[in-house]
Write a protein that binds this ligand. Structure first.
Ligand code: CA
Length: 117
Protein backbone atom coordinates (compact mmCIF):
# COMPACT_ATOMS: atom_id res chain seq x y z
CA UNK A 1 0.00 0.00 0.00
CA UNK A 2 2.71 2.44 0.94
CA UNK A 3 4.59 1.53 -2.20
CA UNK A 4 1.59 2.28 -4.39
CA UNK A 5 1.09 5.70 -2.86
CA UNK A 6 4.76 6.50 -3.35
CA UNK A 7 4.61 5.72 -7.05
CA UNK A 8 1.52 7.85 -7.49
CA UNK A 9 3.21 10.79 -5.81
CA UNK A 10 6.29 10.39 -8.00
CA UNK A 11 4.14 10.32 -11.12
CA UNK A 12 2.38 13.51 -10.07
CA UNK A 13 5.70 15.23 -9.44
CA UNK A 14 7.03 14.27 -12.87
CA UNK A 15 3.89 15.49 -14.59
CA UNK A 16 4.09 18.77 -12.75
CA UNK A 17 7.73 19.33 -13.59
CA UNK A 18 7.29 18.32 -17.22
CA UNK A 19 4.55 20.86 -17.73
CA UNK A 20 7.00 23.72 -17.43
CA UNK A 21 9.30 22.96 -20.31
CA UNK A 22 7.81 20.15 -22.35
CA UNK A 23 9.98 17.71 -24.26
CA UNK A 24 13.03 17.91 -21.99
CA UNK A 25 11.20 15.85 -19.37
CA UNK A 26 11.36 12.74 -21.54
CA UNK A 27 15.12 13.04 -22.01
CA UNK A 28 16.15 13.40 -18.37
CA UNK A 29 13.26 12.21 -16.19
CA UNK A 30 15.44 11.67 -13.12
CA UNK A 31 17.23 15.01 -13.31
CA UNK A 32 16.52 17.86 -10.94
CA UNK A 33 16.28 20.29 -13.86
CA UNK A 34 13.45 18.51 -15.68
CA UNK A 35 11.26 20.87 -17.64
CA UNK A 36 13.57 23.83 -17.45
CA UNK A 37 14.68 26.41 -19.97
CA UNK A 38 16.36 29.73 -20.55
CA UNK A 39 14.94 32.94 -21.93
CA UNK A 40 16.59 35.73 -23.89
CA UNK A 41 15.79 39.31 -24.91
CA UNK A 42 17.43 41.56 -27.48
CA UNK A 43 17.05 44.55 -25.14
CA UNK A 44 18.56 45.13 -21.75
CA UNK A 45 16.40 44.68 -18.64
CA UNK A 46 14.29 41.97 -20.33
CA UNK A 47 12.85 44.22 -23.01
CA UNK A 48 12.50 43.99 -26.77
CA UNK A 49 12.18 40.76 -28.73
CA UNK A 50 11.82 37.63 -26.58
CA UNK A 51 12.98 34.08 -27.16
CA UNK A 52 12.70 30.88 -25.11
CA UNK A 53 14.98 27.87 -25.57
CA UNK A 54 13.50 24.62 -24.25
CA UNK A 55 14.27 21.52 -26.31
CA UNK A 56 17.80 20.14 -26.52
CA UNK A 57 20.99 20.98 -24.68
CA UNK A 58 23.41 22.27 -27.30
CA UNK A 59 23.11 25.27 -29.59
CA UNK A 60 26.36 25.55 -31.64
CA UNK A 61 24.74 28.39 -33.55
CA UNK A 62 21.87 30.63 -32.48
CA UNK A 63 20.28 31.52 -35.81
CA UNK A 64 18.22 34.69 -35.45
CA UNK A 65 19.66 35.20 -31.94
CA UNK A 66 23.30 35.31 -33.06
CA UNK A 67 25.03 38.44 -31.67
CA UNK A 68 21.71 39.73 -30.41
CA UNK A 69 21.20 38.68 -26.77
CA UNK A 70 21.25 41.58 -24.30
CA UNK A 71 19.55 40.07 -21.23
CA UNK A 72 18.92 36.52 -20.09
CA UNK A 73 17.18 34.40 -17.47
CA UNK A 74 17.79 30.70 -16.99
CA UNK A 75 16.51 27.88 -14.83
CA UNK A 76 19.40 25.61 -15.86
CA UNK A 77 23.17 26.04 -15.80
CA UNK A 78 24.38 27.03 -19.28
CA UNK A 79 27.71 28.08 -20.78
CA UNK A 80 27.63 30.84 -23.40
CA UNK A 81 30.34 31.74 -25.92
CA UNK A 82 31.14 34.71 -28.10
CA UNK A 83 31.77 32.54 -31.18
CA UNK A 84 29.85 29.65 -32.81
CA UNK A 85 30.69 26.05 -31.81
CA UNK A 86 31.59 27.02 -28.23
CA UNK A 87 34.61 29.11 -29.16
CA UNK A 88 35.82 32.51 -28.00
CA UNK A 89 35.03 34.09 -24.67
CA UNK A 90 32.99 31.97 -22.27
CA UNK A 91 30.74 32.67 -19.33
CA UNK A 92 28.70 30.36 -17.11
CA UNK A 93 25.14 31.38 -16.30
CA UNK A 94 24.09 29.55 -13.18
CA UNK A 95 20.71 27.93 -12.64
CA UNK A 96 18.05 30.30 -11.37
CA UNK A 97 19.96 33.42 -12.35
CA UNK A 98 18.87 36.55 -14.21
CA UNK A 99 21.13 39.02 -16.04
CA UNK A 100 19.56 42.33 -17.02
CA UNK A 101 22.69 43.18 -18.98
CA UNK A 102 25.29 40.88 -20.55
CA UNK A 103 28.66 42.42 -19.74
CA UNK A 104 32.24 41.15 -19.91
CA UNK A 105 33.60 38.68 -20.80
CA UNK A 106 30.81 38.09 -23.33
CA UNK A 107 29.56 41.58 -24.05
CA UNK A 108 26.26 42.96 -25.23
CA UNK A 109 24.99 41.53 -28.55
CA UNK A 110 27.86 39.08 -28.78
CA UNK A 111 26.72 35.57 -27.71
CA UNK A 112 26.96 33.12 -30.62
CA UNK A 113 26.64 29.64 -29.04
CA UNK A 114 25.23 28.12 -25.86
CA UNK A 115 25.24 24.68 -24.27
CA UNK A 116 24.16 23.01 -21.08
CA UNK A 117 27.24 22.57 -18.91
CA1 CA B 1 29.48 36.60 -31.40
Amino acid sequence: MRRTIGKKLLAMMLVGAGGVGGAAAAVTPASADVGTSFEVWDGQNYTGSYGRFTAGSNWPTLGQWDNRISSLKTTVKICAYTEPNYQGGQYTFWAGGAWSYIGAPLGDNNISSIKRC
